[in-house]
Design a protein around this ligand. Structure first.
Ligand code: ZN
Length: 272
């Protein structure tokens, strides 16, 4: 599933090709994604210049100055790439944004859980985005914030950091990896984590996500491949997916448990 690092990598990958270019047409082959692609979308953006490409959480935001914003979510299996008019169209290529320089931004999404929406609203007020917590890589997300937010919360610390109202972009893999790096047992109640440990956890989340984005930047460099979608990268993972293997710190076998129906991997010795 595309997570925050993949979305950010996609943003950086497509930007040089289409920023400040005008849309010359929009080809919608499949309206039925998670929510239908608005039929009026081509009328809204044809002949308008794409002035900014932002990201908020896992939403990619194509901003057209003075007209509005296209909100794209990649769902479970979506990906974006840059094509040319001669690139063959695949069965899961649902929408093309054709730009004046003949470059095409193409959304491929086999499972159709993604979305392409249009809004004229101030983006931070849109219903999909208004309740999102801070971006993990900004200064707004710090130990004081995490500590204050987590007081009196009885859910597990893992569920807490995966809650997008608390902080965006900490997916299941990143949650396990961050808690390992911070030495925190994922079962601990969020409200019981001390301030110094919140500091460690915040630093770990930032380090892990930053490394993933940097790695994405190197392995996902080519957004213009003709054949298929960019392959999402497999990060160097310390505990995730390594049940029974030796902990990289203490060699004790990594434990696998289920929390909120999601797999959690951790070391019972290193994480307290
Ligand atoms: Zn260990």
């Amino acid at each position: 599933m595309p997570e925050l690092p993949e979305v950010e990598t996609s943003r950086r990958g497509i930007e040089p090709h289409i920023l400040n270019k005008k849309v010359s047409s929009v080809i919608i082959r499949q309206h039925k994604l998670r929510w239908p692609i608005p039929k009026s979308l081509p009328d809204k953006i044809n002949d308008h210049k794409l002035t900014q490409i932002d990201r908020r959480g896992k939403y990619l935001l194509l901003n057209f100055a003075r007209s509005g914003t296209v909100i794209i979510h990649l769902g479970m299996s979506g990906s974006l790439r840059i094509c040319t008019p001669s690139t063959p169209v695949g069965k899961h290529d649902h929408i093309d944004f054709v730009f004046s320089n003949k470059k095409i931004l193409r959304l491929t999404d086999p499972r159709k859980f993604g979305c392409v929406l249009w809004t004229k609203q101030a983006i931070e007020e849109h219903k999909l985005l208004s309740k999102l917590g801070p971006e993990p890589l900004t200064d707004e997300f710090d130990a004081a914030y995490l500590y204050a937010q987590s007081r009196k919360r009885s859910c597990s610390i893992k569920a807490f950091i995966m809650n997008s109202h608390v902080v965006v972009g900490v997916g299941n893999i990143y949650a396990s990896e961050s808690l390992f790096m911070a030495g925190i047992n994922p079962n601990r109640k969020a409200g019981s984590i001390s301030k110094p440990r919140c500091e460690k956890l915040v630093a770990a989340i930032k380090t892990i996500l930053d490394a993933a984005i940097k790695q994405g930047g190197t392995t996902l460099r080519d957004f213009t491949r003709e054949n298929g979608q960019p392959g999402y990268f497999a990060q160097q993972l310390q505990v995730y997916g390594r049940a029974g293997e030796a902990c990289p710190e203490c060699a004790k076998p990594i434990k696998l448990i289920s929390q909120q129906n999601r797999s959690t991997f951790y070391c019972t010795q290193c994480q307290k």
